[in-house]
Write a protein that binds this ligand. Sequence first.
Ligand code: ADP
Length: 864
Amino acid sequence: MTRFRDLTIRRKLIAILLLTNAIVLALVVAAFVVNEAATFRTGMRGELTALAEILGNNSSAAVAFNDGTAATGMLAGLRAKPAVMAAFVVDAGGMVLASYLGHGVTLSQVPFIVQGAAGARVDSQRLQREVARTANPLLLQRHLFVDSPIVLDGQQVGRVVIQSDSRELTARLEVFLSLVAAVTLGGFLLVYLLASRLQRVISEPIDHLVEVMKKVSREKDYAMRAEKGSDDELGALVECFNDMLDQIQQRDQRLETYSGELEGVVRRRTAELSDANQVLSHAVEELREAKEAAEAASVAKSQFLANMSHEIRTPMNGVLGMVSLLLESGLTAEQRNFAEAVQGSGESLLSIINNILDFSKIEAGRLELEVTSFRLGELVCEVREMLAPLAMRKGLEISLVCGPAIPLYLEGDPVRLRQVLVNLLANAIKFTSEGEVQLRIELAEEQGERVQVIFEVRDTGIGITPEAQQRIFDSFSQADNSTTRNFGGTGLGLAIAKQLVALMGGDLQVESEPGKGSTFRFAAGFAKSTADAANAAVSSSLAPEPGAGSFFTASILVAEDNTVNQEVARHLLRMLGCRVEIASNGAEAVEAAAHGGIDLIFMDCQMPVMDGFTACGVLRERERERGAGRLPIVALTANAIAGDRERCLEAGMDDYLSKPFTIGQLRGALLRWLPDLEMPVEAPKGSVAGHGAGLRTGVETSGTGVETSGTGVDSGVVGTGHDDGEADRDIFDVAGFLERVGDASYLEMFVEKFIESAGGVLEEMAPTVRRRECEEVRRPAHSLKGAAASMGAERMRELATRLEAEANAGDVSNFAVLFADLWDAFRAFCDRAPEIARRYGSGGGSGTRRLSSVEEKPRRLTSS
Ligand code: ADP
């Protein structure tokens, strides 16, 4: 069927016509054949019946007399009818009286004859069936049967039965079919020829239309037209097609016109655009220049601010240093009040300056976040502890709420995170008079190694109006004008916090209702870290030492004969918040301790009058006698040799520090022995802990004027561009000294003291050296060794160490030479050190502490 569908219309038409012709012919032939056969059979049956009747009439007498021979003779006449196969004359009992069999026919071919013992007999039932079948002209059988009664005197005495074949019919049908075949073939040929010609009437116009269509679509020539050959449906099809081409052609023409017009418009617009473009590029160029000028101005402004704040910080440190010295010198109550007011204001000013410095750094794009591992929990607790006194003073509590699953260790910038949190919490405390301040931390999301942590600072304070909420993140902006009057502040804190949060990938936002409270919220992104990384970061040299930032409300007695060491110890301990008493020898120390009120003694081992070991023994003995508690005694010794520690412990001391000691070591000793007296205030933390590193860098790289972040102390020194050669470092290792002590505040004073005391010791030693009195040489040499070590007078320390060692060993041979060298080294120190100290002192200022803005804010608030 599919194949027929795919034929050309021409073939389809021919096939349809041929098929129609074949069907018609077949029907006609079938009708003829059936009719012919029926007619022939009916005729033949009639003929046979007549023949049987004649035979019956003729043989009735023979049957009546049972004369078989006469009957057989009667039947013999059938030989003239070749179609008759057999004929029988049968008596009334059904027995065959006479029979006739055609040429080559046997009785077995006759179906109704049954052979019995009495002869052949006719099976009537079978015969009736065959006769009945013969009566139906439509049944095409090979044989015909006729049964006719023999009647005599109105009585049936027998019957004549004839069987004939249809040979004649078959012969006639064969002739007929050959005729039909010839006619069919001729008809087919005729139909084919006619169809081939006639189908053109339909297929040709269609073929023509298809051809034209193909050409149009191939050549896109819509001017072509198909020819209409008739007015029938095909003619209408051609007309429609031509119509369609007409429309396409017209539309094309219209399009062409439009596109011509459009081109014109585009040309015009392009010209206009290029004019506008030129104007725009001029404008852009001008804008770029203006922007560059503005940026340059902004950078210059930020640079100026940074420089200014820096420059102001230096003398401010001087002022604060002097004030703290002033506060140490027996003042009257009124003078103390004044001095404390100066200190408070100075610290506020310093904090403002630090804020401005931070802000200008952010503005100038110079502030970059560090990436280091830290413990978030620890940081948050520190912040809370730092602000707890401030909150307590206002009767507030800082509650801490931490959500689940926050990683313990993170990687980010803890210093800046702390700065933001301190700022927000300090504000919350500042603007809240009752209720509570809450710091809430929650994990926002965790993706692989990165986490987003949400920080929320909530208070129940005065709140902020919606208009003010728009402003408060701008620099130098406060909620209203009365804020400064009532609460102080510069309006920089939130601006800085917002920028820092942005650097951490978050956005600081506020929700607040006046009179009800405020909530500041931000999310910051961190990488997850491990405990190892966090510990490594903490123990790295730039990080604060353990306990860094601790303050101690302790009274410390320092037993030390050397005035330089006395000053160094006093200075460092004060920086740690301690009250300091000095004893110049063991006896004085024993006496001072007797007065009580001392929390810990730092005891030099070798001192005139009574050495440290003896003094310690006396003190322990007294404790035993009085049943008093054990006072911690930490040995300070210049003998950094093995076994010294054991000796000190044996003598009853608890701990041991070798000279020169650093502020970190002092802090460590205080943390170990006076943990209860550690104050939970972090104020001078970064400033003290960070100094050493900053200074060292500054000295070694000879100062670039660039400040490292956060410590807020180094650039004063760094920026002066000192260049101390190796030779100078041998004479006076100022960098080492500053690293131990923390800042350059008292440098000149220390140098002066050292020169004075070392000069005295050397003068005292001179005659004993000459007299070669070992013990008299050993003692001052030891003292000089300790002082030189603390001061960083490296060459002197080395020579004093050798002199002491030789005196110890009783070898006097090199006394004179070593002593002369010692004098030379001392003179060199006197030549160089004061100048170096002056340079560092003036560059680094003389304040007691410099605080980064991070730590300053709470301190300022606590002291206000
Ligand atoms: P400062 O506190 O130094 O004035 P900030 O930038 O930290 O500067 O704050 C800007 C202003 O925002 C504050 O002066 C105050 O008016 C308002 N503000 C900040 N935090 C709060 C708060 N928790 N409650 C009420 N007002 C606040």
